[in-house]
Design a protein around this ligand. Sequence first.
Ligand code: ADP
Length: 497
Amino acid sequence: MTQKYIMALDQGTTSARCILYDKKGKQISTAQKEFRQIYPHSGWVEHDAMEIWSTQIGVAQEAMLKIGCTYENIEAIGITNQRETTIVWDRVTGEPVYNAIVWQCRRTAGFCDELKEKGLADFFRKKTGLLIDPYFSATKLRWILENVEGAYDRARAGELLFGTVETWLIWKLTEGKVHVTDYSNASRTMMFNIHELRWDKEILELLDIPEIMLPKPCPSSMIYGESDHKLFGGPVRISGAAGDQQAALFGQACFREGEAKNTYGTGGFMLVNTGSRPVESKNGLITTVAWGLDGRVCYALEGSVFISGALIQWLRDEVRILDNAAQSEEIARSVPDTAGAYIVPAFTGMGAPYWDPYARGAVLGLTRGVNRNHLVRAAIESMAYQTYDLMISMAEDMGEPISAFKVDGGACQNDFLLEFQAGIMNMPLYRPECIETTSLGAAYLAGLATGYWRNTDDIISNWQIDRRFEPEMDEFRREELLDGWHKAVSCTLGWAK
Ligand code: ADP
């Protein structure tokens, strides 16, 4: 019998990766390649869409070559991707008309301000679950249509196509035969009605976006089409797609309402499964489609921390009190507390639940006894406090506490962080053996569509725990620390106004 693997394509912000997974969810082969970041102006970020494609297909072929497998060994392809990034291309030639405008790009901030000034925040939130922000695709797409010569006319004539990154990759993989988006990616465009699961006509009209150029919204797990024969020597089914954070929620097997995952990377991303309920946030969180599977849609609440592991990077590269990130754990443990110091890493403002773009970073509570070790500890603690704030916002919005909390991302290897996090949240945390939850989630979505895995129970039994972190903090201490944190945050708000 031929061994079969699922191919996960993980198209991230800085690199393309490919991982082949087996039935147990174990990695059999991996390949990765970075691509160029293009910064044409301050605050602008672009990628070359052709490079996104060439690096992605390159690592896919490389991962197969490494273990000498053929297309017949690949059961199906699942895709996960950087979200919101916007690509427009020619339907016939496949040529992008402009670089991919990356999610981080702030070029449409002025236009977003105009929309907010017109009092449209509620209008967009009710339909799309999102806040008006340059982050999301709609205003980026509009920018391309307005600024690339002839683009509007060509789009209206049906000559141009729009896609987020999974749409682009599926279109390229199928040689232009399939133009689809999955619900989780569509729900990040600010044009998608997350209740009706279709492009919102009123929004398209308001933003003047021709519907003819939009992909067909589809569930996250279904056979979208087959890859072109030339790419792998024979056809392979493409049968799963989800945005990176939603894929991670899936890879963490957070299938039940109330189950949450937090990713500690450069920034932090927390998502909680809210089941069939799209929960509207009163705390500045985002309502999003988690995935469409088996004829149902699952929703999630999402919150992000702008500076999480990036604070450790900053201590290493700018302040130079660390040689490497991992060292932060040992240093933090060398002192019993921070001697009353707090770091608020509001380098680019504060997100949920504060939403203050004018907040700036600060170290508070300094006294003569505070040394390097205390500061490193305060940095790690700040990662936990910010996550705590998100969790409280989510629980408030849902009207019930979070039932399970799973962690992943590069910084979740820091045991001190997770011990402190469990204490501050006063609940246990779970770290899985496989912290590559994003690509794993995409693999699972693809494999469920073809019967490689029968159902989500198969996935739950694959999810293996590495360590459970227990809350071991005294209640009085916990409240004292949280009071100090909230006081510290309040000192940073409005600073840059
Ligand atoms: P991303 O995918 O966002 O680029 P990763 O998930 O690879 O990030 O995580 C890298 C981040 O985690 C970096 O910001 C780094 O400073 C931080 N980090 C990595 N290891 C540790 C650690 N042991 N303790 C604290 N932070 C860490």
